[in-house]
Each structure stands twice: as structure tokens, then as C-alpha cells.
Ligand binder design. Structure first.
Ligand SMILES: Cc1cc2nc3c(=O)[nH]c(=O)nc-3n(C[C@H](O)[C@H](O)[C@H](O)COP(=O)(O)OP(=O)(O)OC[C@H]3O[C@@H](n4cnc5c(N)ncnc54)[C@H](O)[C@@H]3O)c2cc1C
Length: 406
């Protein structure tokens, strides 16, 4: 596993970009290395140098490209810290925090908030209940307000609106940003707008030149309007923060939050059949490809994990999976938080379909295949053996949990 070269697209981009503040730190220090045929190779350019024409020469040895990723992954280069001592104003963001963590949609929103905050404003993230996120600082959060209490947990939009109103009274933010999503942000944003008596800008995908542009007319038209105080933004509305670190200083509410009328009773989550979840909405997908040798075992593993099943085009063409399960450019583009690819090589058409997935796990025999390069975690080996071991591990885990509960 440790010999697999992992690519870090961000580190590679910084290594190529001479103007980036971390460029120098990303340069490889070694000047010679063992080549694939056993000969010691020397890099005459070293750290690069300014040529006679005053231009920096580009190191084409590969060290600044994929090969450098190993070093950059091992060496933590601290990002420059952006501090806002006395915020001139606040931009408030209410992330969805699906599963207690910032989603990619939340990060896009924080990127947009940073743009609106500029140098003098502070981005204040308002989070309800417990969370597991540790990367608020690198996601662009200057101030963090956690509203704790059972009354905010589960499905409690009315109580959350009360919480947001209290935050609004205390901080008087210049803008409120919520994700226009089905994970709670879209509904909460509209309820909050109604409570404030303000018209929100919805499905916003761009904020530029004091105008915000959102989708309208059943998604067929763009609607441009002056930037409103309350913005419900779509995914990819802005680039997530990637070049600065922020303080994420905890702040508190000085007043207590009013209780809403108990008009909604949350009866808890309902267990659903993972196979019934539309692929595009599934949070956890196990996908099978041409490297799956035992399909009943694959189905058994997906059921044990409680995952939605997906497939590569080859698996679909060969008749092992239904056409609506195909992931990729000519299938479905998925946005799962975890995507497990079993015996899938990682053809470009397949990778396009999983571009928005947060974490990819690859199970494959070939350590050099493109899916392994894309993956956050790789298991090299025969799919049948690994799926069997996985089912055994899940069964043992469940039995231990049952024993502990008894
Ligand atoms: C216009 C066009 C559109 C396309 N659209 C899509 C699309 O939407 N989705 C899509 O998926 N493809 C699409 N394709 C096809 C795509 O190019 C690939 O052919 C396909 O994705 C390959 O599927 P695969 O990875 O399952 O199979 P393969 O490429 O055959 O890969 C099988 C993998 O399994 C591994 N393996 C083999 N045996 C084992 C084992 N015992 N245990 C573990 N691993 C093993 C191998 O190392 C290999 O990496 C499209 C192609 C075209 C031309």
C-alpha cells in the first residue's frame, strides 16, 4: 500500500503555480533518485532556476508533478492565517452539516461567504447540536457559534428559526447564506425568510458585481437581482476556501432562544430500503465492475453495509446490474459521501460520474489503475476475498454491539 503513488491535485497545482505563496515549500528537496531501471537519475534543474531570459525554468522530471505528491502528503505545510480582529460586519452561514460534517455544498457556501466578507468582514458559521467537524478553520470560518440543546436536534425547523432570529438580533449580519438543498437548508432558509419578512434569493449559483443570479422558471431560466440579505445558494456557487486558514473562534449567544410552539413532533428516522433510494441522492454507494467475480456475494456485502448498489457500464452491459444503476458520464452522476468501487478500473467516463463524491474507497487487484489513484483508501486484492472478509467483519461487529447492548 505504502508504495502506491497518491496524487494530490491541489499540491500539484501549487507546485506548478510559481505565484502561489506555498510554491517554494512544495518543491522537492532531493536532487537524485533511483530510476525504474535501477540507475541513479539526477535532476540538473534541482529546485529550478531563473534562466538567462529571466524566466524560471520548469522542472519536467516529474518531481513537481505526481511524484511530489508523496512528499506533500507527508509534509504538512501550514496555510497562511487570515485573522479578523474586529469584524466590521458578519456574513452568517448555516451549513447543513449532513452526518455532523461540512458537505461539499457547505464548503462552496463558505467560499461564497468569504468572497462577501472581504478583508474586514468575518464569516460566522451557525451550527445546530453536536458535530464531528474538525476542519472549520481551513473551510473559511472566522467565528463559530454552536447552538446546543435537544430542542434543536432532529427535525426542528421552527425551533431552529427561533435560534437564527436570536443570532440575527445579536450579530445583525450583512448577509445570511444557507444551502438551497434538500438536506434541511432549503426549507430552513425559506422559513427563516418568512419569519424575517424578507425575500430571499433562491437557487443562487453566482454572486457578482452586486447582483446574484439564481435558477428560475423550473430551472430553465436565470434570474438576476440585486444581492439580497438572505441568500439560498446552490452547490458550486463559489470555489471553496483552499489557500487560507481561519481562526474559527467560538462565540456564544448572549440571550436565550425563545421556544417555538410544539407544532411538529419528530418521530425519528424511518428505515428505508437502500435499493429504493435514487442513485443521485444516495449517501453511501457500493459499485461493482468487471472485477466482481461473485455477484450474489456483492449483493450480500451491499446489504450488510446498508449501501445503495451502483455499477460500471461493463457490469451493466454484461447483464449483472440494471441500466438505472450505471454510474458515469452516460449513466448517473452521483454525490455520495462514501463511494466504494469494487473491481472498477476508473475509466474517465466512470470517474466523471463520481467527481462529486466525498470519499472513494477502491477494491482492486491492480495497484496502478486510475480508480486507485482517485481513491482516498485502497484495498489491493481479489474482490471475492475482500468482500467475504468485509461481511465477516460487519457480522462480528454487529454481534459484539448486540452483546454489549444486552
Ligand atoms: C461514450 C462512452 C460512454 C461511457 N460511459 C460510461 C459510464 O457512464 N459509466 C461507466 O462505468 N463506463 C462508461 N463507459 C465505459 C468505460 O470506458 C469503461 O469501459 C468502463 O467503465 C470499464 O468498466 P470496469 O471498470 O468495470 O471494467 P474494466 O475496465 O474491465 O476494469 C475491471 C477492473 O477490475 C479489476 N479486477 C479484475 N479482477 C479483479 C478481482 N478478482 N478483484 C478485484 N479487482 C479485479 C481490474 O484490475 C480492473 O481494474 C463509457 C464508454 C464510452 C465510450
Amino acid at each position: 500500500m505504502s508504495e502506491i503513488i497518491r496524487r494530490d491535485p491541489r499540491a500539484e497545482w501549487i507546485a506548478r503555480n510559481r505565484l502561489h505563496p506555498l510554491h517554494a515549500a512544495m518543491q522537492l528537496q532531493v536532487h537524485s533518485w533511483m530510476g525504474p531501471n535501477g540507475l541513479v537519475r539526477k535532476n540538473p534543474h534541482g529546485l529550478g532556476f531563473i534562466g538567462p531570459a529571466g524566466l524560471k525554468r520548469i522542472d519536467r522530471s516529474g518531481a513537481q508533478q505526481g511524484g511530489n505528491a508523496k512528499r506533500s502528503a507527508a509534509t504538512e505545510v501550514p496555510l497562511p492565517l487570515h485573522q479578523v480582529m474586529q469584524p466590521a460586519f458578519y456574513i452568517n452561514v448555516v451549513p447543513d452539516m449532513v452526518g455532523g460534517r461540512l458537505s461539499s455544498h457547505d464548503r462552496d457556501l463558505l467560499g461564497l461567504a468569504r468572497q462577501l466578507a472581504g478583508a474586514d468582514g468575518a464569516v460566522l458559521a451557525v451550527v445546530f447540536g453536536e458535530h464531528k467537524e474538525r476542519a472549520f478553520a481551513t473551510a473559511g470560518v472566522d467565528r463559530l457559534l454552536v447552538l446546543e440543546g435537544n430542542e434543536f436536534s432532529g427535525y426542528a425547523p421552527e425551533q431552529r428559526v427561533q435560534g437564527l432570529r436570536a443570532v440575527d438580533n445579536q450579530f445583525g449580519p450583512r448577509h445570511w447564506l444557507l444551502p438551497d438543498s434538500r438536506n434541511g437548508g432549503g426549507e430552513l432558509g425559506r422559513r427563516f425568510a418568512a419569519a424575517l419578512g424578507e425575500r430571499p434569493a433562491t437557487r443562487v449559483w453566482q454572486v457578482k458585481d452586486s447582483q446574484c443570479v439564481g435558477r428560475a422558471g423550473a430551472g430553465l431560466q436565470d434570474l438576476a437581482r440585486p444581492v439580497s440579505r438572505l441568500i439560498l445558494a446552490a452547490a458550486e456557487c463559489a470555489e471553496p476556501v483552499s489557500e487560507t486558514r481561519h481562526e474559527a473562534l467560538p462565540v456564544e449567544l448572549s440571550t436565550s432562544v425563545a421556544r417555538s410552539l410544539a407544532r411538529i413532533e419528530d418521530l425519528g428516522a424511518v428505515a428505508v430500503d437502500p435499493a429504493a433510494i435514487p442513485m443521485a441522492e444516495a449517501e453511501f454507494i457500493v459499485s461493482g465492475g468487471n472485477g466482481v467475480r461473485d455477484w450474489p456475494l456483492f449483493h450480500q456485502a451491499a446489504a450488510a453495509l446498508g449501501a445503495t448498489e451502483g455499477a460500471s457500464r461493463v457490469a451493466v452491459d454484461d447483464g449483472f446490474m440494471a441500466r438505472e444503476r450505471q454510474v458515469g458520464a452516460s449513466g448517473i452522476w452521483v454525490t455520495a459521501r462514501v463511494y466504494v468501487a469494487v473491481g472498477i478500473s476508473g475509466a474517465i467516463q466512470h470517474l466523471q460520474g463520481i467527481g462529486a463524491c466525498d470519499k472513494v474507497v477502491a477494491i482492486n487487484l491492480d495497484p496502478g489503475c486510475d480508480m486507485i489513484k482517485r481513491a482516498d483508501l485502497s484495498v489491493i486484492g481479489d474482490s471475492t476475498q475482500i468482500l467475504q472478509a468485509l461481511i465477516a467483519a460487519i457480522t462480528a461487529y454487529r454481534q459484539a454491539a448486540k452483546r454489549d447492548a444486552a
